[in-house]
Design a protein around this ligand. Structure first.
Ligand SMILES: *Cc1c(COP(=O)(O)O)cnc(C)c1O
Length: 408
């Protein structure tokens, strides 16, 4: 007989998952039961500082009071209509998100991968209807090392073998060029190119920040070539880097921006394609959709997220605390840190492989009450909630120093 859930320990729960849950993840052995702000608590009541923040889905921390209140209020009114009918929350969400991002129109979806898929469809349709690319010939140029999600079309242009192997046949129509290489990008763009699809900072690849001028260069070259610039800001956007969008660091306005993760406030999945009217305007009734996209609960939470970002407070915090993060990591260089890349409250830290793999370092940090996630090899990613305090951040850096200098 199965024991009642409340009597099951973390170890019980981890063991219970094994036979019934698909093994597509390898989580750290921590079972979270409660959370608030930057802190989570496990089944046994141990507390951890969350330095991953749901891969930036929790930019405002766990259960931000304004977001929880918006969700509660909406739960008591209306949760789903489908887009067969209008709902009274969607106009406000679309208006405020378009204004926040400096774009004209919004296509609401749910997950990040759906936003990317939708962006690809819109770009192709734009290429055929507006640019005049011959039918089924449109290409989209993407970067090596990209991460845009997990659907079959998206893994078709991944360069990560573990994301692709066994999942073919793949969707054609993509060209892969090295990241941070404008000349290669320029060489790959031709009259069939619908769009260049790029992460302004490559998160999963290890928080890779391109050289200054790369994003402005893409803007310039896509304008000249008459193709779209699509920025996947699903992880880099919504305050993480110290700006609302990471492209703002180069004062660039793409033709289309893909948002997700933090847009749902860590409460519900909310994603969106935001674009100029000439671009998103190519979609007509029946050509694209989603049962849950734009539902009133998502719209209410999304509007509350946009409202929080409208204050500028979170962008400011990310920029200011980003200085603490950068200085703290710089002080660890040579003390177990081989190198790091940081912008705002976001860093990829390359640990000396002699000290351990990213996974081993993450496990040691977990035992010290800090939750992080490795990316590749000996790189760990730091992305705390933007609500973290300076003291909490310094304490996490102190713990990192301890773990790196004490060794295994
Ligand atoms: C997470 C992520 C996605 C996919 O989002 P899901 O909600 O997991 O489908 C796409 N692009 C980037 C840059 C991401 O970080």
């Amino acid at each position: 007989m199965t024991a009642p859930a409340r009597t099951r320990t973390s170890a019980d729960l981890i063991r219970a998952e094994e036979p019934v849950l698909a093994h597509n993840y390898h989580p750290l052995p921590v079972v979270v039961a409660r959370a608030e702000g930057a802190w989570v608590e496990d089944v046994e009541g141990r507390r951890y500082l969350d330095m991953l923040a749901g891969y930036s889905a929790l930019n405002f921390g766990h259960r931000h009071p304004a977001l929880i209140e918006a969700a509660h209020r909406q739960l008591d009114q209306l949760t789903l209509t489908s887009r067969a009918f209008h709902n009274d929350k969607l106009a406000q969400f679309a208006e405020s998100l378009a204004e926040l991002t400096g774009q004209d129109m919004v296509l609401p979806m749910n997950t990040g991968a759906e936003a990317v898929e939708s962006g690809i469809k819109v770009a192709r349709k734009w290429a055929y209807e507006v640019k005049g690319v011959p039918a089924d010939r449109a290409t989209i140029v993407v970067a090596d090392g990209n991460f845009h999600g997990r659907t079959t079309t998206i893994v078709s242009f991944s360069t990560d073998e573990s994301a692709r192997t066994g999942f073919g046949p793949f969707t054609p129509g993509f060209r892969i060029v090295p990241y941070n290489d404008l000349a290669a990008l320029e060489a790959a763009v031709d009259e069939t190119t619908a769009a260049v699809l790029i992460e302004p900072i490559q998160g999963e690849a290890g928080v890779l920040i391109p050289d200054d001028g790369y994003l402005a260069g893409i803007r310039e070259l896509t304008r000249r070539a008459g193709c779209l610039f699509i920025a996947d800001e699903i992880q880099s956007g919504l305050g993480r880097t110290g700006r609302t969008l990471a492209v703002e660091h180069e004062a660039v306005v793409p033709d289309m921006v893909l948002l997700g993760k933090a847009l749902g406030g860590g409460i519900v999945p909310v994603s969106a394609v935001v674009a100029r009217r000439e671009v998103l305007g190519v979609l007509r009734p029946g050509e694209h959709g989603s049962t849950f996209g734009g539902n009133p609960l998502a719209a209410a939470v999304g509007s509350a997220v946009v409202e929080l970002l409208g204050t500028g407070e979170f962008q400011r915090r990310a920029a200011e605390l980003g200085v603490t993060l950068r200085e703290g990591l710089a002080a660890l260089e040579g003390k177990g840190v081989r190198g790091f890349r940081a912008r705002g409250l976001w860093a990829g830290v390359d640990v000396d492989p002699a000290i351990g793999t990213g996974r081993e370092i993450s496990e040691r940090l977990m035992r010290e009450g800090i939750l992080v996630k490795d990316t590749h090899g000996s790189t760990i990613r730091l992305a705390p909630p933007l609500t973290i305090t300076d003291g909490e951040l310094r304490s996490a850096l102190g713990t990192l120093e301890k773990v790196l200098t004490e060794g295994a």
